[in-house]
Design a protein around this ligand. Sequence first.
Ligand code: PEP
Length: 267
Amino acid sequence: LVSRQHHAERSTVRIGPAGRQVPIGPETCTLIAGPCAVESREQMLEAAQMSRSAGAGLLRGGAFMPRTSPYAFQGLGLKGLEILADVGEATGMPVVTEVVDARDVGVVAEYADLLQVGARNMGNTGLLQAVGEAGRPVLLKRGPSATLEEWLMAAEYVAQRGNLDIVLCERGIRTFETSYRNTLDLSAVPAVQATSHLPVVVDPSHAAGRQDLVVPLARASIAVGADGVMVDVHPFPDQALCDGPQALDGTALRELATAVRRLPPAL
Ligand code: PEP
């Protein structure tokens, strides 16, 4: 269902309510930005305003956080969803957030315009089937050690439940290199676009884990034809409760906006 044999033309997935949908597909390069985690209403609003003025079409923010350590900040849960949806509404951006458990898909879908399945859950077939039935577009991240075939088969689980509104997200794979968190596999972008009609975006923030690499990797992602870029943004990265070292501050975000010339001009 996700292959170009089934659907020859590359697809555009439209996110958000009718009348103000944000497209992700071959005609655009969509910027998705926001904090890794929703921490408070003030932090979320400030990050959203920064993102909006840099040209972001979609707002990200984690409420249910899939952390490596069970002792790390796990997100605000339902409260985080409420804040994210309110801030998205106030700033005119549809929102994307992760769902980590199949039992939460219904509630997350009430607040989110785009349901994210994170890298750790790419192979969670029950979750894939549940988001396939949720009536919302899905952002499917590549697992840290998944081949392209495995990633596309995960997308197939979503599609099989009747949902072809799937955006694939390359976010780096596990290699022997330890200088950055993951190795961004940019070959995946044109390789997947050649075999699947689904749009492919890149998350350089979670790939690198380092703020200084995010803008160069975003530029490179666009150069290889990514249909969008998703970045972490925080008004005060050194105070972030989650992944501060990879978050862009206002200055770095403006640099990204300037570098990414295909994105709409700052509002
Ligand atoms: C995220 O986008 O918040 C995230 C945790 O990313 P990944 O699943 O790619 O690690």
